[in-house]
Design a protein around this ligand. Structure first.
Ligand SMILES: [Zn+2]
Length: 350
């Protein structure tokens, strides 16, 4: 178990050989989770976190290509890098048995070793001038590239819009890094499609470059037509002990064979959302207040799970380990920004 977890390492330069390592090999150079602070011309640092989920390699691939480019020239802005779950990355897993999910540890008060790690990282950032924070992820189903924010402030929206016109606002789960970082500076989670796609790496790298060169965020509100903003209204999970299949008669819950194609599709009420045995709904849905509200969204008719209201899912995946470790999907609604509400309230940019 010793190898699974080492406390935070803090470095002020890139260790020899780091940029030659892909995510699986990082563990040969880094003993565990590592914070690397690099000086650049503008002193308000860009915080970038990668590999909170060990199988989501796009962030590291984007970062190492960017760092190779700046190997022999000054960085336009200081960087503070957090390389997360290198032990899970070595095995290509989201997290390892016995670990806590590294993107569910950033709220104060948790009892696991990983919670102490998170508090140590945040303590290191106290007093550091920060320009923005970016946490880079992949997902396992078919999703567009999109950015997530946890506040509807103008600077957060501008930062997210720099990555994609599709933006998701959520406040649950509330143990994610981007929410903790929102206390320090404008903060986003990037969802860069599936791991291993070169378009995701390129997109993430271009976004980081833009953030390195940006001197300040515009103070004015983002015009509403510039953005497709969605609000996560529920997290859908399987009931405990539910056996999942894909188009499999007799499974407790059976996914549609191409269910991930429903991501970011507005489904009318009455849409088929999988199958079950008998009349029992195998799903739970939790709203932002932590209430179980599956019955508001789903009905069962003769083994078919049917939506009761118009919904738009995201993060649907056919990967059963991800479904078990994380959730089945999120349900979203389109959100119109009242212009007055998202004027700049956050002044930590310059
Ligand atoms: Zn992730």
């Amino acid at each position: 178990m010793e190898q699974l977890f080492r406390m935070l390492s803090i470095l002020t330069e890139l260790p020899e050989g780091l940029l030659q390592c892909d995510a699986r090999r990082l563990i040969k150079v880094l003993p565990g989770p590592t914070l690397i602070k690099l000086e650049g011309k503008q002193k308000n640092a860009l915080f970038i976190s990668v590999l909170l989920h060990g199988n989501e390699i796009t962030g590291w691939e984007a970062l190492r290509s960017l760092l190779a480019h700046y190997r022999d020239r000054p960085l336009p802005r200081s960087l503070c890098l957090f390389i997360g779950n290198v032990a899970a990355a070595a095995q290509g897993r989201r997290y390892l048995p016995g670990q806590t999910d590294y993107n569910r540890i950033w709220k104060e008060g948790g009892a696991m070793a990983e919670h102490r790690l998170a508090q140590k990282v945040l303590a290191e950032l106290d007093g550091m001038p920060l320009f923005a924070a970016i946490d880079i992820h992949n997902n396992s189903g078919m999703n567009p590239h999109y950015a997530c924010i946890n506040r509807l402030d103008a600077h957060f929206l501008h930062l997210a819009r720099l990555f994609s016109r599709t933006v998701v606002y959520f406040i649950r789960p509330d143990e994610v890094m981007s929410l903790a970082m929102a206390a320090y500076c404008p903060s986003v989670t990037l969802e860069c499609g599936q791991p291993g796609e070169s378009t995701g790496v390129l997109h993430a790298r271009e976004f980081i470059e833009a953030c390195l060169h940006l001197s300040a965020f515009p103070a004015h509100a983002l015009p509403a037509p510039e953005i497709d903003l969605f609000h996560t209204v529920a997290t859908v999970k399987l009931k405990p002990e539910t056996r999942v299949g894909i188009a499999e008669a007799g499974a407790d819950f059976s996914l549609l064979p191409d269910m991930d194609k429903l991501n970011f599709t507005e489904l009318p009420a009455g849409s088929l959302f999988g199958w079950t045995r008998g009349q029992r709904l195998p799903l739970q849905a939790w709203d932002e207040q932590g209430r179980e509200i599956a019955a508001e969204y789903f009905d069962v008719h003769e083994g078919e799970i049917i939506t009761r209201t118009p919904v738009m899912p995201s993060m649907l995946s056919l990967d059963r380990e991800i479904i078990r470790q994380d959730c089945l999907c999120y349900l979203m609604e389109r959100l119109q920004l009242p212009q007055a509400e998202h004027q700049a309230q956050h002044e930590c940019a310059d």
